[in-house]
Design a protein around this ligand. Structure first.
Ligand code: XMP
Length: 317
């Protein structure tokens, strides 16, 4: 019978056998899959696993620092790379969602390739690929599509010439979570809502500026912290905030304001293919709206998305 413990035992032994004294590089995203893959590899080969975690400037508030800290706490050999400015430069002026995705994918590959070159004699690329990624090629929006489109223009980056090791490629998501739990991984990492690779860049409609990112991070932190405090976070499949490219009139004291709108999104889903909007309690929505408008400079209106998928999508871009 499959149990997380038996899976861990046989997988770690098989990885040790396969990898011997070889070095592996692996990109961590803060998500469940790459984290569990990293910890399994770490059990098998210890310091020969070199993890790379890129700050693309498009993560949630304080997420890079917090996740980096918990990875270090797990004993992983990890390098955090501040590449915020490179991503902002590449995104400047872009408004088309697919162009934004391509720019982010391209810069990620460049940054990762540079970091991988610093690991002498590396032989393997570790990946958190899970079974559903293997059977159906990932959605057109997914990171692999970005990598493929990169091939056609610039040739293969060096790290993609490495042999690939994918310890989770027989598992479904719920099994990955069970393995992660048995490995003692931080529940905050295991229970995290899905978060798109391009991050907040596809939750800011229109062009990206560091100022808009900062506003969205503040609003989103208020939203997510309130979901946690109300005990709702774990019941929701995915929640996030969207910065709308719209200004509307408001009033603050005796002043007329003309500022941006934040949209809150929360959905229930099994696999992201279809989704229903969550019927969050009105009182909770009211509290979140007040907190955002009173505390986040640049926002004077909050709306809630009541669209399901299909025909809407979960993200707005
Ligand atoms: P949609 O918006 O298509 O999203 O209903 C379905 C799921 O996919 C995530 N998503 C992405 N994940 N790169 C990713 O890694 C992307 O470009 C991307 N676009 C959407 C989305 O967050 C949801 O979980």
């Amino acid at each position: 019978d499959w149990t997380p413990d038996s899976f861990i035992e046989t997988t770690v032994a098989a990885l040790r056998e396969k990898l011997g004294d070889d070095k592996v590089v692996l990109g961590l995203s803060g998500g469940v899959d790459s984290s569990v893959a990293a910890v399994l590899l770490h059990h098998a080969i210890g310091k020969n696993l070199h993890c790379i975690f890129v700050d693309n400037g498009l993560l949630r508030k304080d997420e890079f620092e917090q996740v980096l800290e918990s990875y270090k706490h797990m004993g992983l050999n990890i390098k955090g790379i501040d590449a915020k400015q490179r991503f902002y430069d590449a995104l400047a002026g872009l408004t088309d969602p697919e162009k934004k995705r391509k720019a982010i994918g391209r810069v990620f590959i460049e940054v990762f390739d540079d970091a991988a070159h610093e690991v002498q004699d590396v032989k393997w690329l570790g990946q958190g690929t899970i079974y559903p990624d293997v059977i159906e090629s990932v959605s057109v929006k997914g990171p692999s599509a970005t990598i493929k489109s990169h091939h056609n223009v610039g040739g293969l980056p060096d790290f993609m010439k490495l042999k690939v090791v994918e310890p989770l490629n027989t598992l479904f998501k719920d099994e990955v979570r069970k393995v992660g739990k048995a490995l003692g991984i931080d529940p905050n990492i295991l229970g995290r809502h899905p978060f798109p690779g391009p991050g907040l860049a596809i939750r800011i409609l229109g062009d990206i500026t560091p100022e808009k990112v900062a506003i969205l991070q503040e609003a989103d932190a208020i939203y997510i912290n309130n979901l946690r405090a109300a005990g709702v976070y774990d019941k929701v499949w995915q929640a996030g905030s969207i910065f709308l490219p719209v200004q509307s009139v408001g009033v603050m004291g005796d002043e007329r304001t003309y500022e941006n709108v934040i949209c809150l999104r929360a959905v229930e889903s099994v696999d992201g293919m279809t989704a229903d909007w969550c019927h969050l309690p009105y009182d909770l929505l009211a509290k979140i709206s007040n907190e955002i408008i009173n505390n986040v400079k640049g926002i004077n209106r909050v709306v809630y998305d009541i669209s399901s998928k299909p025909p809407a999508t979960i993200e707005w871009e």
